[in-house]
Design a protein around this ligand. Structure first.
Ligand code: MLT
Length: 248
């Protein structure tokens, strides 16, 4: 049994994900926004590579049935309904809608994960729900990979810290679980900040960039542990909520 962490998708090889249970983490902000949007009633979220792809895809839906959402350089794109702020993905905005989402790193990481047994979207807001699911999978003999989306092909402190928390919750008190060095490093980062996520976000480059861009409130939403206890499952190129009609 293994719990491994990958910092970014660049080092990803087929063996890292093939047949494994994979969690994709983009704390600031895509994975938080995905959990928020699903809890607020989004029917399905479709990760898209580019804004052009999202616009093309939207033509398959009836007017009013979808929302174009996402960011470039943190900001909503022209002609889009929503940005990538979890605070914008309110019930009023997304209830019953298909959300076509394109972001700089988070949706790209999801699209890069091919061949996994299961893919889930992980963050602090759904920490207990997702870590319980991953722990159950691990105990059932599955290997788990936590993919940190990172920022512009760089290591991101907030994703590593969150991955470290997951490693702890998934593997605690289980014997015979092996991990790579990145999982060990992620655990050290998580231990350094503990529950002081505000301190961790203010040390993180993307946390500081979001604050400077006027998204300081988003950091509070992204650090609200277990505020959206949902398990977003990425399957058949779309994300839906794991529920009674979609058991694992
Ligand atoms: C991303 O996917 O790169 C992020 O979620 C960027 C952001 O909107 O903060």
């Amino acid at each position: 049994m293994r719990v491994d962490v990958l910092f970014g998708v660049q080092p990803l090889t087929p063996q890292d994900v093939q047949g494994r249970v994979v969690a994709v983490i983009d704390v600031l902000r895509a994975s938080t926004t995905i959990a928020t949007s699903l809890v607020n009633g989004a029917k399905v979220i479709i990760p898209m590579e580019s804004s052009d792809d999202a616009i093309m895809r939207s033509k398959q839906f009836e007017r009013g049935a979808y929302r174009l959402a996402g960011e470039r350089r943190m900001l909503k794109m022209e002609g889009f309904d929503l940005g990538n702020s979890p605070l914008e993905h309110t019930r009023e905005a997304v209830d019953g809608k298909t959300v076509l989402l394109t972001t700089t790193n988070g949706t790209k990481a999801l699209l890069a994960v091919q061949g996994a047994r299961d893919v889930v979207v992980a963050s602090y807001v759904n920490l207990t729900a997702v870590s319980t699911m991953l722990r159950t999978a691990l105990r059932g003999g599955a290997d788990v990979t936590l993919v940190c989306s990172g920022q512009d092909r760089q290591f991101a402190l907030e994703d590593a810290a969150c991955a470290g928390r997951y490693v702890h919750l998934i593997a605690r008190r289980l014997t015979g679980v092996e991990s790579n060095d990145a999982a060990f490093a992620a655990s050290l980062i998580d231990k350094k900040y503990g529950d002081n996520l505000a301190r961790m976000f203010s040390a993180a480059a993307h946390g500081r960039a979001l604050t400077a861009a006027g998204f300081g409130e988003d950091l509070i939403a992204c650090g609200a542990i277990d505020s959206y206890p949902v398990i977003p499952v990425y399957q058949d190129r779309q994300i839906t909520m794991l529920g009674p009609d979609r058991e694992r």
